[in-house]
Structures are given as structure tokens and as C-alpha cells.
Design a protein. Sequence first.
Length: 228
Amino acid sequence: MLIKDWMATTILTVDANTSVMRATRTMKENNIRRLPVLSHGKLAGIITDRDLKDASPSSKTEIDLHEMYYLLSEMKVKDVMTADPVNLRDDDTLEKAAMVMLNLKISGLMIVDKDENLVGLLSESDVLRGFIHATGIQDGAYQYVIDMSDAGGAVSRLIDLLRQEDARVLSILTSFEDAAAGRKRVSVRVVPSNNNIEQINSTLAEMSSEYDIISQGLDDLSSLPKKK
């Protein structure tokens, strides 16, 4: 999966010479927490609501309100922004973006093209949307989590077996960290063409010497939790 297929392309930006007061107003009016900063059309930095709060004079200071507004109107975004923000290319993978965000403990990335032009923003929510789409859970797919040998061909034989039962394979995810040495854990989501899930279960049970089913089932998406 490529970042360019999941990033947001409608981007609000500010120029490096924009006043802090105007940047603050832009964030509040659009209910956003960060703004990419451009200089001569190129990505130069990023400014967040935290940066703006830190830059604002404390209410405990002895300057009056008019003086505070004057300072904020004179202060420029370039004076308080984070320069050279972390960014990736639009043709990088969504998986790479997830690793960068996790390792750096950040919730968003600036996305540039090959000419270093800002072309998008990628958030945690965008990464999650891509992951959900890739698994096929939203299509009502039945999931099997199976431990098997990590020898070559083990997954191919499983897929062949599922296809023989007229099951449409939507996704395959593999992990070695969750399984014992010499084995791997494979999560497969399928859609039975004839609602013959019991026949598939029976066929897999006959292969218990090769495939150890850890869990199986259909996710109930009818009553997902909602914010209170």
C-alpha cells in the first residue's frame, strides 16, 4: 500500500513569515492542531498548537493586553516552528509510515513528492484506514489464525486448500514473533462462496498435523462501541 493512496491532499498551510496571531486564528477556525509551514513554496517546518501556546506570553506576566497582541502580531511563524519536520515521499509505503510514526511516537507525517513539494498529510487514522481495508474485515470475511511450519510452501498449500473449497481469500498476514521456533502464525480472511464454512472447518481439521488453528470466527461489526 502506498502513502499517496491514503494521505489527505486538502492541506491548510502557512507561510514562514505569517504572524503567530494569524496562525493561531487559522488553527482555531479550522479546528486543527498542526500546520505545515512553507517558505518559497517548499516545506520548511511545522507549527503545532503546543508551539503557539509556548510562544504566547503567560497571563502571569505584567504586560497589558494590547502589548501582548502587539507581540503576537509581530512574532513570525518561522520564529517558533519546528524546522525540517519528519516527512516521507508519497510513493513510500503505508507500512513504512507506520513504523516511522511508531518509532518516533508521532501522530502525523508531512508527505512530499520527488521534487520536495508538499503534497499531503498522513495521520494515524489514515494508516488505520489502510490497514482495515487491507485485511478485508469490512467485507464480512471469516478469519482463521493458524500456526504452521515456517518452511517454504506451507502458506501456498493452505491457500490451495481454501480455493478448492471455493473460498475467496481476501488477505494473508504472517508473523514469526507470535509462534514457536520453526513455525509462523498466519492470519487468513476468506469469504466462502457457498456459505460452506463448516465444510472448510472440517477440511482444515483433517489437516491438524500440519495446521494448528489458534482461532477462527467472524467479527461482529453490528454494534461497535461508540463515544459516550
